[in-house]
Structures are given as structure tokens and as C-alpha cells.
Design a protein around this ligand. Structure first.
Ligand SMILES: [Zn+2]
Ligand SMILES: [Zn+2]
Length: 152
């Protein structure tokens, strides 16, 4: 089945593996946030991206990045349970909020790291580190193509 963003997510719940996701940002971010990592004149035919990793459905993580935050700072998450569970919004990351254009469709590469294999001491950390490496790989790949890219 799969969703637009992951072969293994079913659109409602997360597959609970690590995903990499790519958010396209408005060009205004380069002017309004001068510390965005890009040197020189930005070509018209290139794009600006934020790259991240998550075990949530990428659509849910995108909502966390971009939705208006209500007073109780909670959003409904359906990723890890059948019924929507209220969760606190995570800390805002640099550059995304207010500059987001869309979530890129990259279902062919997700999930990037599986978490449903055998566990052993340190396996969760190992999976997280591997996911971070994939995030860096994706960021560097997009930079090589000439795009302006941020990840952390
Ligand atoms: Zn998934
Ligand atoms: Zn979620």
C-alpha cells in the first residue's frame, strides 16, 4: 500500500521506522534569515530545502513544523495508536515555520532505517545514528545539485 511519503506507512498510522523528509521553503527565507547556509547569488532554477528525519508519518511531522499552535500547544497524532493522541508540539526548528511551501514526495526511499528487526543493547541509538547519516546524505545530495539546504 504505502503513502505518498513512505512505502510502509498506511496513510493513517506510521510504520514506526525512520523516515527522511524534505520540505521546500520559500526563497524569502534567504533574505529574511541571512544565516541560512548558502553563499553567493542564488540561481532562479534552484530550490531551498529543509531536510529532517522522523519516526512519525512525514505528513504528521510536516504538520508539527507548520501548523498554527493552539494555546494548549497540542496537536492530534495518529502515528502510533489507532485513535488520535494529543501530543505537545516540538520546539520550532530554524527556518521552516512561516517559510514552508510543501512536503516533497519521496516514498521510494522511505523508510530509510528499519526499527522492527531484532533489538540488542544500543540498537535504538544505532538506528538513530544511521538515520542521521541518511539525513546528511540527503542534504549533501541536494546541495550537490545546487540547491540551498539546511539540516541539523
Ligand atoms: Zn513509514
Ligand atoms: Zn505523528
Amino acid at each position: 500500500m504505502g503513502s505518498d511519503y513512505c512505502r510502509d506507512c498506511d496513510g493513517k498510522m506510521s510504520c514506526n521506522n525512520y523516515h527522511v523528509y524534505v520540505i521546500e521553503l520559500d526563497r524569502a527565507v534567504l533574505e529574511e534569515k541571512p544565516d541560512f547556509p548558502y553563499e553567493g547569488n542564488f540561481p532562479n532554477d534552484k530550490k531551498i530545502f529543509y531536510v529532517g528525519i522522523t519516526k512519525h508519518r512525514p505528513e504528521c511531522r510536516y504538520l508539527q513544523h507548520t501548523a498554527e499552535r493552539p494555546e494548549n500547544n497540542e496537536y492530534p497524532c495518529n502515528c502510533f495508536s489507532e485513535s488520535p493522541t494529543p501530543r505537545k508540539f516540538p520546539k520550532k526548528v530554524k527556518y521552516v515555520h512561516g517559510f514552508d511551501l510543501n512536503l516533497a514526495r519521496i516514498s521510494s526511499i522511505n523508510p530509510i532505517v528499519r526499527t522492527d528487526g531484532p533489538t540488542f543493547p544500543g540498537s535504538a541509538i544505532e538506528q538513530e545514528n544511521e538515520a542521521k547519516n541518511k539525513e546528511t546524505e540527503m542534504g549533501e545530495k541536494l546541495r550537490k545539485l545546487g540547491h540551498a539546504v539546511y539540516w541539523n
